[in-house]
Ligand binder design. Sequence first.
Ligand code: BGC
Length: 750
Amino acid sequence: MMFNILKSTCLILLLLILASCGAQKELTENQLSSTVLDIPTYNMTPLVKDLMAKMTLADKVGEMTQLNIDMLSVGEPYNLVIPNKLDTAKLRNILVDLKVGSILNCGGHSYTRAQWKNIITTIQDYAVNKKSTGIPVLYGVDAIHGTNYTRGATLFPQQLGQASTWNPELAIECGEVTAYETRASGIPWAFSPVLDIGRDARWPRLWETYGEDPLLAKTMATSYMYGMQGDDISDPEKVATCMKHFLGYSVTLRGKDRTQAWVPTRQLLEYFAPTFQAAIDAGARTVMINSGEMNGIPVHVNKEILVDLLRNKMGFTGLAVTDWEDIGYLVSRHRVAKDFKEAIGQAINAGIDMAMVPLDASFPVLLKELVEEGVVPMSRIDESVARILLVKEELGLFEPMKPLDTYTEFASAKSQASALAAAEESIILAKNDNNILPLDKNKRILVVGPNATSLNSLNGGWTGTWQGTDTTYNTPGKMTILEAMQEEFSSIITAEAGQEVRAASRADAIVVCIGEMPYTEKPGDIDDLDLDDDQIELVKSLQATGKPVILVAVEGRPRTMNSIVDESAAILVAFLPGDEGGPAIANILSGDTNPSGRFPITYPKSSNDLVTYDHKGTDLVHRDFSMDAFNPQWEFGYGLSYTTYDYTNLIVLPNLNGGIDVSVTVSNTGTQTGKETVQVYVSDLVASITPSVKRLRAFEKVELAAGESQTLSYSITKEDLSFVGRENKWIFEKGDFKVAVAGLSEMISL
Ligand code: BGC
């Protein structure tokens, strides 16, 4: 025993000495040595070891390259022939000669399953049968709210909508269906979920997040991931997920995509890292890096983030892929490198494993030169290649692929039902004066507004195409809000744009569908968060008719609309409910479905007052002279129902682990079945750094029949109550806490 300890101590010492020698050698040998890795954080299976032993440097740098399918297709990038046709010479050059190991996405728009089958089998034939290593290609796709690049796939609400359901079961179902339909397209790797926390309403990718709260986001994310990955990603009905976008991407200073972010370490650790940590713990095998720069350093060259934090502190062992063209942007946007080659050296030495250089096949050639010139150490290459090969092995890519025609459940009725349930539960009833909703099915209802007739607006970006604006790729048979209303109600009135007020005279009620048209990333940047003037004017003119106006907001971020809220009789906020959004909205308006969505973000009242629910300091809900006046349109967690709930018996006790046990009884006091989201908030009254007014510490969505009650219990641990303190470390401080559930609250001293 003693000998063994001695032996291992000696071995560790020897390794340390060797490691430090290596590091010193590299220090003298190359300019970029300060970023050289010294701790290998990868595993070698026998297969990976065997493959690596046989691979040349060219084989290895090829594995680290990811190109877009444009590079294999007939035509020019962004201008391919339609329908897509693979180009034999390009296939040979890219896959066999350059040995490129990963391909992504589609050439501009979604493909049919038959097209995918041809694409994937052809690509794998070149990789496995014609390339010297025989290593299959790792194909990745943006499957964001379903398999949105395969025609006819099941399309769920976007992530913000999924978060509005507060229902992790639905996130699991979304993951299961998406994994199945992605594999049915021959693709084993999905670039989702987005784990960035959505704390800036202006950001054009807010709707791609699970909202502003880390607990809600990590619960939804890990549920979705479980649906996607199951217990084994080699299962031909499961895929590998990709954590996006590590780290600090969502909180730029200006609210615009890919602009500078300044994120202090404390906030980074407390708000932005926990979703990634939860995903790593839940078995995430791949990560995509933040395109932007944080605190003046592009994340793609930031070893502190990519190695010290992601690998050494958070324990991630999978593969890290760049985001789109981001090595090139180190030159053109960030100006930290003078040319592409220098940028490659910086990024690889900082810890990037795979480069998404979608349209630039010079990457493997230049990386090979960098290794030969001693700028990038071979150890760095081996580490990345081992990680990539391991993921390929874990995905079962070295085994024969399950025949794609055997995925008979693609877009099945069951999957569509899941998408409808998720869409229904994602819709938030934000206002319902005098219970004007639900509407009688025989009432004469005028349905107008720009979003009434646009299926694309219900889906948002990443639908058929990147921006989601091209109607050519819409799923046949899916309904707009107007079409779904016409199915659901007997007397729907329509009106041409400009004729709405005149048509209102014939209506008992007016449903105005407002919001945004699809976008994502840079094209979605805005200069003003207010809802467009013409929509505000349309709503005001309809309100002036005296007929009850019901707003339906279809939008990816909370466009401020305070001037039309008071005069609206009812408001539904639908965010981006997906292909089933039309029927879901119609079902809620008619009362066939009882709404149960809750805000996953704070809905601001004005564009100069963007504050999250868990802001610091006091909680004064007044426009007074207090520093922290908090006056949102609707608060995080808020949402109405067609039934009513009552909370009683809040019991709060210290538990054995030093945390808090909470129990509460919730009763459905109304006349119909409903789903209520029980939310437990804890306020730390005094702390060594300014505490948040409150933090969500537990939640659960429960279904209750009319008259039914349920007593629910939650155990909140000390860790749940901890925060990142002055030393930038997680700490728990004893003291007084307030626990609040709905209108009830109790104090407790720990
Ligand atoms: C986006 C990523 C996406 C990637 C591949 C990038 O522009 O930021 O979220 O996965 O493109 O399409």
